[in-house]
Design a protein around this ligand. Structure first.
Ligand SMILES: *[C@@H]1O[C@H](CO)[C@@H](O)[C@H](O)[C@H]1NC(C)=O
Ligand SMILES: *[C@@H]1O[C@H](CO)[C@@H](O)[C@H](O)[C@H]1NC(C)=O
Ligand SMILES: *[C@@H]1O[C@H](CO)[C@@H](O)[C@H](O)[C@H]1NC(C)=O
Ligand SMILES: *[C@@H]1O[C@H](CO)[C@@H](O)[C@H](O)[C@H]1NC(C)=O
Ligand SMILES: *[C@@H]1O[C@H](CO)[C@@H](O)[C@H](O)[C@H]1NC(C)=O
Ligand SMILES: *[C@@H]1O[C@H](CO)[C@@H](O)[C@H](O)[C@H]1NC(C)=O
Length: 368
């Protein structure tokens, strides 16, 4: 009798292998070139239309991001001017209504995180803007940003993954390369590697540099730019269309952080400029689905993921949906820190059912 009920309990636990929360075993993509599925365990979704990462009342890294404050001399910047990255040039322009994801923000102009390059040189430096994730645990993953690029010539707008100068994945827009009258809108896709260092950091002399002409004007609307950093390759996309794929020794081998920056140093071979008027590039969101290099995050994953094959244990990441955030859907970001909320509230964290309670419930059901 005791044996029989034990068997019923054991088999019912196997049979009812239900997930406690959707996506508890991660988020998946399928690569377009070879139909392979990749799963990432962790998530960081930053909705810059509703999130104010410049709010001083928030603690450092409260939302996973911080505006940067540092100077680069012209020697280090490798241009005729230095670069002064200043927090004043990072401006949060929010929309109060959480249901509205586009249009003018409270400060006028496009809502989102504005990154400004100033036209007025100060102490030989161009005022620039950069925001970085505060953690450096972003290993393999799919990293997406909604960006409207400046149309003022003479700046570089960049969305990139960074560890150091030889482990870096870049999407870079040079506004001086745009030409509206002949519909030319290039984007530069780059892996900075030991090989590019050996060429004086001129990645165009390596195989890991591609200039792709976009089929749209990136300065008139927000579009989604995306980096898929996989163990053996890096894929670049615009609006969910694959632009190119890079393989080989240039693919980074460490975790890094995510950054969005907007800068100029007057270098005629790259950013050109400085811009004749203040130039603004606006970021509406960054969504990162990734594997964390942190032991604590890996341990959390092992605890919450009971069975990756259970229905809804892994969620497919939608392609290019600017208004879709797993964090806005109940119970799809188990024990994750998604930082999507605004209004001074702390990021919502999912609290799992205590294990004891979950098992007690099963036993009770079987007991019936
Ligand atoms: C991410 O980590 C999970 C859990 O360890 C693993 O199953 C998955 O294959 C990893 N993804 C990639 C792309 O390495
Ligand atoms: C970047 O990091 C990698 C891995 O730790 C290391 O091998 C390389 O030397 C570093 N490059 C620079 C420029 O510091
Ligand atoms: C279009 O403009 C770009 C940038 O100004 C220039 O490099 C390119 O040669 C032009 N193409 C044509 C077909 O005129
Ligand atoms: C833009 O393209 C037009 C047409 O090809 C060309 O006449 C013009 O010089 C280009 N502008 C710049 C800044 O290169
Ligand atoms: C949830 O996250 C916290 C903080 O990292 C961790 O202590 C806890 O074990 C996690 N719980 C589960 C069930 O993953
Ligand atoms: C995008 O996500 C929103 C929010 O969940 C949803 O209402 C909408 O239908 C989605 N759009 C597409 C094209 O899937």
């Amino acid at each position: 009798m005791a044996m029989a009920s034990f068997r019923i309990l054991a088999s019912s636990l196997l049979f009812f292998n239900l997930v406690l929360a959707d996506c508890e075993c991660g988020y998946s993509i399928i690569t377009p070139s070879d139909d392979k599925r990749y799963v990432f365990t962790d998530i960081l979704e930053s909705d810059f239309v509703h999130l104010d990462i410049t709010d001083k009342a928030q603690g450092y890294g409260e939302y996973g991001w911080t505006p940067q404050e540092f100077d680069m001399s012209s020697e280090v910047a490798r241009g005729p001017y230095g670069q002064a990255f200043t927090t004043q040039n990072v401006i949060s322009n929010n929309i109060a209504d959480e249901q509205i994801f586009g249009g003018p923000g409270v400060k006028g102009g496009d809502a989102g995180l504005k990154l400004v390059v100033g036209s007025e040189i100060k102490n030989g430096m161009v005022p620039c803007a950069d925001v970085s994730t505060t953690d450096v645990h972003y290993f393999h993953g799919t990293f997406r940003a909604g960006i409207k690029v400046t149309d003022v010539p003479g700046t570089c707008s960049a969305f990139f993954w960074y560890m150091n100068d030889t482990q870096e994945i870049d999407i870079e827009f040079l506004s001086a390369e745009f030409n509206k009258s002949n519909n030319t809108f290039p984007v530069n896709l780059v892996l900075q590697s030991q090989e590019s260092k050996d060429h004086g950091f001129d990645a165009s002399k390596t195989g890991d540099f591609k200039t792709i002409h976009l089929p749209f004007d990136p300065t008139t609307d927000f579009h989604e730019y995306r980096i898929d950093f996989l163990p053996d390759r890096v894929l670049f996309y615009a609006d969910a269309q694959l632009l190119t794929e890079m393989k080989g020794a240039g693919v980074p081998s460490t975790p890094g952080n995510l950054q969005v920056s907007h800068w100029s140093n007057g270098n005629v071979g790259w950013s050109q400029g400085p811009p004749k008027a203040d130039a603004t590039t606006t970021v509406s969101y960054v969504k990162a689905y990734f594997n964390s290099s942190l032991k604590s995050r890996q341990d959390d994953y092992t605890m919450r993921c009971k069975d990756p094959s259970a229905p809804r244990a892994v969620c497919a990441i939608p392609d290019r949906n600017a208004t879709y955030f797993f964090g806005n859907v109940a119970n799809m970001t188990p024990n994750q820190t998604t930082y999507h909320e605004n209004n001074g509230r702390r990021a919502r964290r999912w609290r799992p059912l205590p294990f004891a309670a979950a098992i007690a419930t099963s036993t009770w059901v079987v007991g019936l």
